[in-house]
Design a protein around this ligand. Structure first.
Ligand SMILES: Nc1nc2c(ncn2[C@@H]2O[C@H](COP(=O)(O)OP(=O)(O)OP(=O)(O)O)[C@@H](O)[C@H]2O)c(=O)[nH]1
Ligand SMILES: [Mg+2]
Length: 404
């Protein structure tokens, strides 16, 4: 497990399905994201196949006609991987592999692959390895039936079954070993956290690639790895930050994504402890992304899952330097105004208005509007601090010049 090296870009094909009430546009957006994931994993997408289908085919996910089309393309263009936007059942994966004779990945497999490639510390590697084995376990039986058939099947059933059992046992043993290892590290980290004393704790959260690490670096003068690929950060970094004279702890951690594999959420729970135990969240959003509202909607359930739904949260809309709305020309009387045409000022009047003081618009990269950002964070942290230590509120005056 885990051996994923960065090599040359491998040719890949994407496959998506449009369900009954879905719009083509939505599926295009999903595939855009899948393409970005593929690129992050080291692949180059050369073609997308999309099929309108209500119920996925239980054998091959897409219909047999479409499969033939894909098969032809894969052969002609020496495609290395075919990547599906949804999770395939072990049976589907096996059937498709047999027909296309190349690597078949689903979204979960792809995300696991990226995590494996990016996990640097032993803690992150252990978490990813655990998720990989958990993904593999239900797929083991499938792998073996596949072999059985290749060998002709007759007379193979006995040993085959036994080998499945042996393999399963090995994987299960490995899983419990990894879990033990993680719980040991967790205990150590728990102690570290409890040693940090009474400082207010603030956590940066949000979708992947929105600029959390960039913002962390800007306000804590630290050097956290940030780049324009998905899941640059897999660990949690904590820094002490001082605004005015008010010190607090700021943490940066792994980002969320739509349909984050359950195995990963499970094994990354402890990485997210810092978020769980935070006093306040800064939910960073890339407002220049056309789907930023979808991104928020996929981060919120993740936060809920780790019990953070009701924490005080400041929404930080980042990358305003890159924000560009679509423009309706004066003589265009057909186009209907939608959110795609909103300026930032228009956005401020939408649901964002209801969050009144807990919204701020910045560019972490160009350091735009950081003063307002700092002011909001200062006041929020201050109010948490003095509710905890009412006797020393004089230390942090409300009307500190800098943060008026
Ligand atoms: N134009 C623009 N780009 C930004 C801004 N902030 C961050 N970026 C870029 O967005 C990309 C992602 O930034 P990161 O800080 O790595 O994002 P992250 O949220 O930590 O991402 P992961 O750790 O991968 O989940 C990088 O290429 C940054 O340079 C901004 O305000 N404007
Ligand atoms: Mg990051």
């Amino acid at each position: 497990m885990l051996e994923k090296k960065q090599n040359e870009y491998e040719k890949a094909v994407l496959i998506g399905v449009i369900h009954k009430q879905q719009k083509q546009e939505k599926v295009d957006e999903y595939l855009d994201e899948l393409e970005f994931l593929t690129y992050t994993a080291g692949g180059e997408v050369v073609k997308r196949f999309v099929q309108r289908i209500d119920v996925p085919n239980p054998k091959t996910y897409i219909g047999s006609g479409k499969m033939m089309e894909v098969e032809e393309f894969v052969k002609e263009n020496e495609i290395g991987s075919v990547i599906f936007d949804d999770e395939l059942s072990p049976v589907q994966q096996r059937n498709i592999e047999k027909q296309l004779r190349c690597k078949i990945l689903d979204r979960t497999g792809l995300i696991l692959d990226i995590f494996a490639q990016r996990a640097k510390t032993s803690y992150a590697r252990t978490q990813v390895e655990l998720a990989q084995y958990e993904y593999l376990l239900p797929r083991l039986a499938g792998l073996w039936t596949h072999l059985e058939r290749q060998r002709g099947g007759i007379g193979m059933r006995g040993p085959g079954e036994r080998e499945i059992e042996t393999d399963r046992r090995i994987v299960r043993d490995r899983i419990s070993l990894l879990k033990d290892k993680l719980s040991k590290i967790d205990r150590q980290m728990g102690t570290q956290r409890s040693n940090r004393g009474a400082l207010v704790r603030v956590a940066l959260v949000g979708y992947t690639n929105v600029g959390k690490s960039t913002l962390m670096n800007v306000i804590s003068k630290s050097d956290v790895f940030a780049e324009n690929k998905l899941f640059a950060t897999l660990d949690t970094t904590v820094r002490k930050v001082v605004l005015g004279n008010l010190p607090f702890l700021l943490s940066d951690t792994v980002g969320f994504i739509r349909k984050l594999p359950t195995q990963l959420v499970e094994s990354f729970k402890s990485t997210l402890d810092e978020v769980r135990e935070a006093d306040m969240l800064l939910h960073v959003v890339d407002i220049s992304h056309p789907n930023f509202e979808d991104h928020i909607a996929s981060v919120n359930p993740g936060l809920k899952e780790i019990g953070c739904a009701d924490k005080r949260t400041i929404m930080v809309f980042n990358k305003i330097d890159q924000y560009q709305q679509e423009v309706i020309e004066d003589d265009d009387l057909i186009t209907v105004k939608t959110s795609r045409h909103f300026t930032i000022a228009d956005w401020k009047k939408t649901w964002m208005q209801r969050m009144n003081k807990d919204v701020v618009f910045i560019s972490a990269l160009n350091k735009e509007n950081l003063d307002e950002f700092k002011k909001k964070v200062y006041h929020a942290v201050r109010s948490i601090h003095i509710s905890r230590f009412p006797y020393n509120n004089f230390l942090y005056p409300e009307n500190l010049d800098e943060y008026q």
